[in-house]
Design a protein around this ligand. Structure first.
Ligand SMILES: [Zn+2]
Length: 249
């Protein structure tokens, strides 16, 4: 059976209420295994370890079959003084300064991910994957992930097994909701992309908490999820990668 991976991005104590609403809606559709991308210290506004109730909530979700994934550290990239036009366009227009790992060197990337992993472990969680904010991951940071033994990462257009090096092409559905024109474009693009991807073995739906503030976006996500789950099995990225490895031997 082909697979569906639903990922919920930007999970943190700040977004928990929206995340709970989204997960409840997905559970009602029969989607009980999602990859939850958790930000350790969202925009420097409070580390998740300082919220024991949040940690307890994550442990419960993990026991229910969801996967905890490390999603950056601060989810914020400080602007540099002299930046190329490409860097400016990528980090400001595309992501609103969220590209924390966009051009991070190997050592700082290694330090941040190792620290995050230790912190999750201290809370009784054991994430094996890392996904960069806005999927912007420098080559140096990807090398750091591999050296740290991180199992996999994903990009907008692929899922990458880091330990048995292999890249699986798979474009994720994702919505950009920062302005009316972005929302209109997203709705049209995702309707089209979902049709194109119908026969692919893996379909990825990436949801952000802010998507739920826009009725048309929320409706399209739930419609697509409903249609998709009828024909596909909901897996986490961790489980999906495990299946690809098993199939390769
Ligand atoms: Zn994010």
């Amino acid at each position: 059976m082909s697979a569906l991976v639903v990922s919920l991005h930007d999970v943190s104590p700040r977004t928990r209420p929206e995340c709970e609403t989204i997960l409840a809606a997905l559970a009602r559709l029969g989607i009980g295994s999602c990859s939850l991308l958790v930000i350790p210290n969202h925009h420097h506004r409070g580390h998740f370890l300082q919220d024991p109730d949040f940690c307890q909530w994550l442990r419960g979700l993990s026991q229910e079959g969801h996967e905890i994934v490390i999603h950056g550290y601060y989810h914020q990239r400080p602007r540099r003084k002299a930046e190329s036009m490409t860097a400016q366009l990528t980090t400001r227009l595309y992501t609103a300064d969220e590209g924390e790992f966009y051009d991070l060197e190997e050592e700082p990337a290694r330090e941040r991910v190792a620290q995050a992993r230790e912190e999750f472990r201290s809370a009784g969680l054991d994430p094996v994957g890392f996904i960069a904010p806005a999927w912007l991951l420098s080559g140096a940071a990807q090398r750091a992930l591999r050296a740290l033994g991180v199992s996999y990462t994903t990009r907008l257009g692929s899922v990458v097994d880091l330990q048995n090096p292999r890249t699986f092409a798979s474009q994720s559905l994702v919505w950009s909701v920062r302005s009316a024109w972005r929302r209109a474009t997203s709705l049209a693009w995702n309707a089209c992309l979902a049709r194109v991807l119908t026969r692919r073995p893996l379909l990825r739906i990436s949801i952000h908490p802010v998507d739920w503030s826009h009725a048309a976006v929320k409706r399209q996500i739930l419609d697509l999820a409903t249609k998709t789950i009828a024909r596909r099995e909901a897996l986490t990225y961790q489980n999906w990668i495990a299946r690809q490895r098993a199939a390769a031997f």
